[in-house]
Design a protein. Sequence first.
Lengths: 257, 309
Amino acid sequence: MSCVRLGLRETWSERPAIAGSILTYALLLGVWASLWKLVPDAALARLSLRYEQLVWYFALTELVPFSVGHCYRQIESEIQAGGATPYLVRPIGYTALCGMLELGHTAAKLAFIGPAGCALAFLLTGTVPLGAAQVPPLAVLLVGGASIYLGVQIMIGLSTAWFGTARPLFFIVQKLVFVLGGLIVPLSAYPGVLERVAWLTPFPATLYAPASLALEPGFAHVGGMLVLQAFWLALVLAALAGVAGAFERRLMANGEA
Amino acid sequence: MIVEVEHLTKEFRRGKRETFTAVDRVGFSIAPGERVAFIGPNGAGKSTTLKMLTGILYPTSGSARVAGLVPWQERRRLAHEIGIVFGQRSQLWYHLKVEDSFELLGRVYGLRPADYRARAAEVAAILRIEALLSQRVKTLSLGQRMRCEIAAALLHRPRILFLDEPTIGLDVTAKALLREHLKHVAEADDTAIVLTSHDTGDIEEICSRVILVNHGRVLLDQPLDALRAAFVARKRITLVTEEQDPQCCFADADVILAAPHKLVLSVDGARGAVDRVVSQALARYDVRDLTIENAPLEAIIRDLYGGAA
């Protein structure tokens, strides 16, 4: 809770950056909404989709990358500067402390950008696809999706200890998240093979899971998405624990990363 | 003893076959409340030794116990017993206010809120950083940040404080202030201090014992007073002369500085050379001022480094 509180306070102190994020988010949403507007309703209907659903879908998927940001960069630069070593002498390790602080930042940004995003989506479509009952599970799925993406980014940042830089790996993973996570188009509209490949990865749990409530708000679907996220969150946390342990052992063998 | 080190060794691999011994069978003990300067030239093995004692680095062989714990095996428990300040690396969160960093550290170390608040107020008063608590770390000057770093390292009342170049980059006034605060804090809490520094002022003002290492080995381990006494035989004689260019020609003296109207000599006082040099100088020059003083600690340590090379 201290980390969440600090994240909120720090994010509030960086209001210009949040405002910039919201503007960028609004621009992207506006551009894609304009593009979806050009697609005939009949064509969307063949994919069992409507314009309003696609706009809300994109509004929700974009919340995750906008909230998590590029936290891997902070980890990368700290490791390159030897700044991770002092954390070894604290009762709570580098990865855990880093993760909690970033979770606080992410939660704070979600709290600011989320309502703005939903307001924009309503302005563009004139509809709200979710009832009040779906809002709490949506919030849980957004936090869950952001947590999975955050865990993946932290692992990418820690890879700096082995590769010297994390950026190439991040660029690859980011594109995989966007494509296999269904950033712009729901997975249900993907070609069969691609959709099946996507479901084998954690990426649908990050973006598609929360945003799919704009397509299927029913509780059976919500329950399925919660189970999916819980599964991948557990796997990502286990992988993160393994990478963090290897990272600390590397530091302790060499004194530096 | 709060620190016990025996035959501690660390070897690093260079390439596939070559190894480099950074620390070679180092051994020493430190008592609770003792203040020790751990010095040596660059590459002597100081930082490597400290990293092993703080649990950051596995040794190759040997043993060590800090506050009764084996550092590299019980790192998380040891963290509650030690505090560390790195002169060149910050442990505070750059974008947070100082008080937020302190609060986070209080949580990290498991301090109860009431205990944390009392302790934070106490160290803030001792280090005179009350006015800095509401500022962001990134806005602090180097001297201010170092005082905050030390306060942060003391929040959990460590029994031993490791200071790695704590005054590096500070101006004279800031150094004096920081040294004063460190002495006060160490005395108030009976905290042992292990200090590495290239600044002899840090050693003279803070420490009572010197351990000199070079090439990974302990070359000297003495109380500071004993070190001074062993080298006090070297005297420094400063002559201010009427002559613009006093030519130096003393059999018993080494010239440290020859400047217009000034000559600074180093003399081995143990062999009675001071009298001879002073007599010769008075006979040869029109001396306006003459000063005889003990060789400064800096010169002593430089000689030790040079002898140990």
